[in-house]
Ligand binder design. Structure first.
Ligand code: ATP
Length: 444
């Protein structure tokens, strides 16, 4: 058997659309550039991605969660530096009228050429602020301007003291948040890799100054293990230290994943120093200092941040999971089995239940079984076409187990459980099925 892994994004875009993971947004109106909707399987899978991250963070005694508003006081973005500095260099091509970001466009960086038409008739780069603006309330004057948040981190900083006091946390401790962010990206693209509306999973860990370098190292190791535990292979991950640091950063490294488009950022791990809390103190006039009871001293905590895009991790997990198993029989007939080999925690469906044939005496108990199992897991039911085709449909969406109720099941009260990866089949007593699946999904 030959195994082929994902080589191009287009294959994935097609599978995602066909099987209901991700659809182009507003497609009946021709779509909206770089906007995507998560379908029946995608929305479930995205929930699983978020749950895995949230659990990994908040199961720790030293991390609490928060869910801050997308719209924040406009001064937040003055204090954070986003109003003045959150911009990318934009270049216009005078020939084809296309616009592009000049700091990450190869043809521009290497030859100062337009990536669309090759013309050299270009404007000088000018800074373009990436924040989406809107107006709050009925008047549309400059006093009513608010921004859609370009990152979730600021919602954590402005709530630092309230979280610390209400949860009675001592430093070091962290605050985790999952939520939508918006950036008016100049060149979005590559499916859900870079979009203008996306979801972030960020955690800010507040530490005593002087311990920050050690915590930075610790968080790098913790985040690395998180990805390995979700089934990402070590050879597809690497750290890349930033060459140029942002104005607030004391250290920054990206966790990169080897996407079909090459090595790209998956997560940023940053030592943000006390920049954000100090800025908010300055702009709000409120103290965000921490009082260390044990040493009777006050200080502004430093922050180690881990920030990953939920959509981008979703994409990495799809890329990692995709494989084609190609077999050729003695007669030369080629067969391709497409499998999404998800870690069970991520798989949108954990098991599918089938009646062997479309007969009432099999359908009825199979439906009952589906209902029972659906109390615990996401379960599919399928009675259409041959059992082989039904297995293949589940392989293609990454379902770890298929459970078939056949004629023998009526008498022996047992079912056939088929494994996605090995395709091995086992007979399991109905009374033992729940425990069997529970153990199997845990120790996959
Ligand atoms: P870039 O330099 O590529 O624009 P960034 O370094 O500014 O991105 P961060 O602000 O560190 O990104 O955001 C943290 C994470 O959020 C990124 O690692 C990425 O996973 C995700 N992310 C950022 N921008 C986008 C986007 N436009 N679409 C999807 N995910 C994004």
């Amino acid at each position: 058997m030959q195994v082929k892994y994902l080589e191009d994004m287009q294959t994935l875009v097609g599978l995602c659309k066909q099987r209901g993971f991700v659809f182009p947004s507003s497609e009946i109106y021709g779509g909206l550039s770089s906007c995507w909707d998560y379908g029946p399987l995608g929305s479930q899978m995205k929930m699983n991605v978020k749950r895995a991250w949230w659990k990994a963070m908040t199961k720790r005694q030293d991390i609490v969660g928060i869910d801050a508003a997308i719209l924040m006081h406009p001064t937040v973005w003055k204090a954070s530096g986003h109003v003045d500095g959150f911009s990318d260099p934009l270049v216009d091509c005078k020939n084809c009228k296309q616009r592009f970001r000049s700091d990450n466009t190869d043809s521009y960086l290497e030859h100062r050429k337009c990536p669309f038409c090759g013309s050299k008739d270009l404007t000088e780069p000018r800074q373009f602020n990436l924040m989406f603006k809107t107006h709050m309330g009925p008047s549309e004057d400059s006093a009513s301007i608010v921004y859609l948040r370009p990152e979730t981190a600021q919602g954590i900083f402005v709530n630092f003291s309230q979280c610390q006091a209400s949860a009675r946390k001592k430093i070091p401790f962290g605050i985790a948040q999952i939520g939508k962010s918006f950036r008016n990206e100049i060149t979005p693209g590559n499916f859900i890799f870079r979009t203008r509306e996306f979801e972030q999973m960020e955690m800010q860990y507040f530490v005593k100054p002087g311990t920050d370098a050690d915590w930075f190292k610790q968080w790098k190791a913790i985040r690395w293990d998180f990805y390995l535990n979700l089934g990402i292979k070590e050879q597809n991950l690497r750290f890349l230290p930033h060459e140029a640091l942002a104005h607030y950063a004391k250290a920054a490294e990206d966790v990169q994943y080897r996407f079909p488009i090459g090595w790209q950022e998956l997560e940023g791990i940053h030592n943000r120093s006390d920049f954000d809390l100090s800025q908010h103190m300055k702009f709000s006039g409120k103290s965000l200092e921490y009082f260390d009871e044990a040493h009777k001293e006050k200080f502004i905590p430093w922050v180690i941040e881990t920030a990953v895009g939920c959509d981008r991790l979703f994409l990495a997990l799809l890329c990692e999971a995709y494989r084609e198993e190609i077999t050729v029989d003695e007669k030369g007939n080629k067969d391709i089995r497409t499998v999404l080999g998800f870690h069970p925690e991520i798989a949108p469906v954990k098991a599918a239940v089938f009646p062997l044939l479309k007969k009432p005496e099999l359908i009825e108990p199979a439906l009952r079984l589906r209902e029972e199992l659906a109390e615990t897991w996401e379960i599919h039911y399928d009675e259409a076409q041959s059992i082989g085709k039904r297995y293949r449909r589940q392989d293609e969406i990454g379902t770890p187990y298929c459970v078939t109720f056949d004629f023998d099941s009526i008498n022996d009260q047992a079912v056939t459980v088929r494994h996605r990866d090995t395709m091995k089949q086992e007979r399991v007593a109905l009374s033992a099925l729940h425990g069997y699946l529970q153990k199997g999904l845990k120790n996959f």
